[in-house]
Design a protein around this ligand. Structure first.
Ligand SMILES: [Zn+2]
Ligand SMILES: [Zn+2]
Length: 494
């Protein structure tokens, strides 16, 4: 039956008698924020939008180990930007046999390859691991033949993903960096770099282009034109007041818009928080305190460094006060951003940033300090539960001479979340101005060219509760067709 159907479709296709149906399937970021991945199909042509990692609860995270067969056979993958919740399953997709092209901007490609080289997504893939017994305190698991030595290795009999492999063994394990680099080189071959606005034709009546989304370097919305129907995926959008990125333009009029609603419960943000942020830092430093800012290593840390640099340039922050950045991964990204600003100038950032010629403030240090104020310390992992922030937490909290600043979303059950819930007892404060996502006011600006009666909105990439409240707000604003997309749902657009 299946075969018969394919033959009929093929014949229809050859004679140009295709039926022009268009479908979208949600594999992630539907009813939740993470795991972003959608499939757009029409007449045997299909394109994946993002292959992100799930970062929710254990039950949902089981989806990280599989790719739906339909997605595997897609003709192309387009990446909106290089955050893990949008690219984390790309290595799994490639290792599972996906053989299409990966379309992305130059910045998204460079950043994604940086993360893949550092192992993002490598632990999700089932492999026949092998290893050699030595006395190192970390054992190295390989899978690539060129890491074989003369002696016989130990090996697992059945392919297993690294997370389960590690669980089933004693000791500390690490995936071989050389194996990971060779895998990254294979993924790199699939990439095709795109400029914003450049049209890609996947087939007759199936094309797309990228639009600057203003979220992080290289971030894009994707506008498809399939059978004369305009289908727009927002990707993650910028908040509209990120100083590193330029503001996105309002999106062109479309028939369908899949829109992110990460901050779908927030109407607006007080931009005066920038001055509160500055005042609080200066106040703490004047009292010889240690200002400890825990921030995500990618983009958030660099936005902070840039804000501190601006404060120095304006002469309000004393350039002799040391600024420590302690996370190695954050420092790698800072270097990558800095190289881009100093050297190549390929429009990763807002043009004002290039005019400054550096994003790094004066007296910037990367080594571990002696903890004595006044000083500023930036560590990664915003919630203080992982990495450097976890270690610092034990040293710095609670201390009277330490002022803690939180600059990203933190889970209420994390260390930072618990401190914030008791902020009268602890010296801690949260700021929303560094958020990389738009609040409703900004989303409405982005949607201003849409036809409220006819454009159909699908809410994605948000917590379910936030989407319920966003849906009401959209309806009140006059949007006649607003739906919340469900996970695994396949909807017909045409
Ligand atoms: Zn993002
Ligand atoms: Zn996202």
């Amino acid at each position: 039956m299946q075969k018969f159907r394919s033959v009929v479709l093929l014949l229809l296709f050859c004679f140009g008698l295709t039926n022009g149906e268009v479908f979208v399937t949600a594999d992630g970021a539907a009813g939740m924020v993470s795991g972003s991945s959608f499939l757009l199909e029409s007449d045997g042509v299909s394109c994946i939008i993002d292959a992100g990692m799930f970062m929710e609860n254990e039950q949902i995270e089981k989806r990280n180990f599989r790719i739906a067969p339909k997605f595997l056979n897609a003709n192309a993958l387009v990446l909106t930007h290089a955050h893990t919740d949008h690219i984390g399953r790309v290595p799994l997709l490639a290792a599972s046999g996906f053989n299409g092209k990966i379309y992305a901007t130059a910045a998204t490609k460079a950043l994604a390859l940086e993360f893949f080289s550092n192992g993002t997504g490598a632990d999700l893939i089932k492999r026949k691991w092998f290893w050699y017994d030595d006395n190192a305190n970390k054992k190295i698991a390989h899978w690539k033949d060129f890491c074989l030595k003369d002696e016989k290795p130990q090996t697992v009999l059945n392919p297993i993903n690294f997370i389960d492999f590690q669980k089933s063994r004693k000791g500390r394990w690490e995936i071989c960096k050389i194996c990971i680099l060779s895998q990254t080189a294979e993924i790199e071959k699939l990439f095709v770099e795109l400029e914003y606005g450049q049209v890609v034709e996947l087939a007759e009546n199936f094309s797309f282009k990228l639009l600057d989304a203003g979220h992080i370097p290289g971030s894009a919305s994707v506008l498809f034109n399939v059978e004369e129907t305009r289908i727009l995926f927002s990707g993650d959008l910028g908040s509209g007041f990120l100083k590193l990125q330029s503001k996105s333009l309002a999106a062109p009029k479309s028939d369908f818009v899949f829109i992110e609603t990460t901050n779908g419960n927030v109407e607006s943000v007080d931009e005066n928080e920038f001055s509160a942020f500055r005042k609080d830092i200066l106040n703490a430093l004047n009292n010889s305190k240690i200002v400890w800012i825990s921030a995500l290593s990618f983009h958030r840390t660099q936005s902070l460094l840039y804000e501190l640099k601006l404060m120095q340039d304006e002469g309000i922050l004393n350039s002799n006060i040391p600024i420590y950045s302690l996370s190695p991964s954050a420092n790698r990204i800072t270097n990558l951003f800095e190289q881009e600003i100093v050297g190549q100038k390929r429009d990763w950032f807002a043009k004002e940033v290039y005019e400054k010629e550096t994003l790094i403030p004066k007296n910037f240090k990367m080594q571990m300090p002696i903890f004595k104020g006044p000083m500023i310390i930036i560590s990664s992992s915003g919630d203080m539960d992982m990495g450097m922030s976890k270690n610092l937490f034990l040293k710095l909290s609670p201390r009277k001479d330490v002022f803690m600043m939180v600059v990203n979303y933190v889970s209420p059950t994390s260390r930072a979340g618990i401190l914030l819930a008791n902020k009268e007892k602890f010296n801690i404060k949260k700021y929303n101005i560094f958020s990389g996502h738009p609040v409703l006011k900004e989303i409405f600006r982005w949607l201003e060219n849409q036809d409220k009666k006819n454009t159909k909105l699908y809410l994605i990439h948000g917590e379910l509760e936030n989407m319920f409240s966003a849906r009401q707000v959209f309806a009140r604003a006059g949007f006649a067709n607003v739906k919340i997309l469900k996970i695994d749902e396949r909807i017909q657009l045409r």
